[in-house]
Design a protein around this ligand. Structure first.
Ligand code: SAH
Length: 359
């Protein structure tokens, strides 16, 4: 266990992160999993917090090269949930004892600022839930109004810290340069708990850039850090192979589950107190036990889907999403079972950001 103990004490520098991402010796990786699991246990405990996801709209103005909701995709039928449908989901989350709802969508300006504010206010007034928003790169004024209405957290993944790659896969809107790091700082100023994250294995993404991603998380003091595999969607430029960014031989980081576990475990070691979900994308590429393995290699959060079944399959950011045909009720039973089987407990309460010295 000497290696594990060293991992628990040591600050992982960029070069260490890089070496671990390239590690393929099972015995050494077992030490990495053990160190990540121990760090998770010491810092955020055995409770797995459930954050109910409501996918409120799949309209999007963006043309992201990776995402199936991109504006140019005519093959997806667009929807927006009604306010009553959203409240019904929130009440369901509360009835299940989940502490948080996450309202996510494409970047949809049909979701009017005041309309969202009204929904946030009503959920905060009628339930004890924490409210997380994940509605894309909305203007600062919108973010301020929603915070004022009571929203607690905001999720915006920076997707990759490789600026050149980011520009290629995430085109700007006319006249507006996309700077997700600026928005994350703004969210913090407004009093949100910001969450972020990345995809692993984007075509053209190197090992080195993922090591930089993990190093970057450290400086951002994030409530939540979501890490999932990139999954090719055939209707997108990245997924249909019309697009590529050449990288040197051996430099492309894979999008497989093992690489995602390494990134999750290293992120836990780098950011011991953050909330790290075992993502749906990970559960999609290993439907048997991806969820559990993520939780055993650093993660402490799961985001069960509360979206009504008729909309779920239309929120197709990538194909063949895990649990797409399950109702929230089914997810609830299945997830509690999975969590208990690995000796963990389902958390209660909002499960917000934990900081040193705080109970
Ligand atoms: N419009 C919001 C929410 C996007 S969906 C936003 O842009 O922030 C949430 C996350 O799904 C994205 O941030 C991205 O990291 C992930 N995602 C999108 N397409 C994906 C794909 N093809 N494979 C894996 N993850 C993907």
């Amino acid at each position: 266990m000497a290696q594990r103990d060293r991992l628990l004490d040591q600050r992982l520098e960029r070069t260490d992160l890089l070496a671990w991402l390239r590690e393929d010796d099972p015995a050494r990786l077992a030490e990495l999993w053990a160190a990540a699991d121990e760090t998770r246990r010491r810092n955020v405990g055995d409770e797995v917090h459930l954050r109910g996801l409501i996918e409120i709209s799949n309209f999007c103005v963006r043309a992201c090269g990776y995402c199936g909701l991109r504006a140019g995709n005519r093959e997806v039928e667009r929807y927006r949930m009604s306010a009553d449908e959203i409240f019904a989901c929130a009440h369901e989350a509360e009835a299940y004892g989940w502490g948080t709802v996450v309202m996510q969508s494409g970047e949809d300006y049909g979701l009017k600022t005041e309309w969202i504010a009204g929904i946030v206010r009503r959920i905060k007034a009628e339930t004890g839930l924490a409210v997380t928003l994940s509605l894309g790169e909305r203007p600062d004024e919108d973010l301020a109004v929603w915070r004022e209405a009571g929203a607690d957290r905001y999720l915006l993944r920076f997707e990759t810290s490789d600026e050149e790659l980011y520009r290629l896969i995430h085109p700007d809107l006319p006249g507006r340069v996309s700077d997700r790091f600026r928005i994350l700082a703004k969210l913090r100023d407004l009093g949100y708990e910001p969450g972020s994250g990345v995809m692993i294995g984007i075509p053209g993404q190197t090992y080195e850039s993922v090591a930089a991603d993990i190093d970057t998380f450290r400086g951002l003091d994030l409530d939540m850090i979501g890490i999932g595999p990139y999954i090719a969607h055939p209707v997108t430029p990245l997924g249909d192979h019309t697009w590529s960014r050449p990288v040197a031989e051996g430099e492309q980081i894979p999008s497989d589950e093992l690489t995602v576990y390494k990134a999750v475990a290293l992120t836990r070691l780098a950011c011991p107190e953050s909330n790290i979900p075992s993502t749906t994308a990970l559960a999609t590429i290993n439907k048997v036990d991806g969820r559990e393995l993520g939780l055993q290699r650093g993660a402490n959060i799961v985001m069960p889907n509360l979206t009504p079944p008729e909309y779920r399959e239309k929120y197709e950011i990538y194909p063949d999403k895990a649990c797409v045909n399950e109702t929230a009720e089914m997810c609830r039973g299945c997830l509690s079972g999975r969590i208990e089987t690995i000796g963990r407990t389902v958390g209660t309460g909002p499960g917000g950001r934990r900081r040193s010295g705080q109970a």
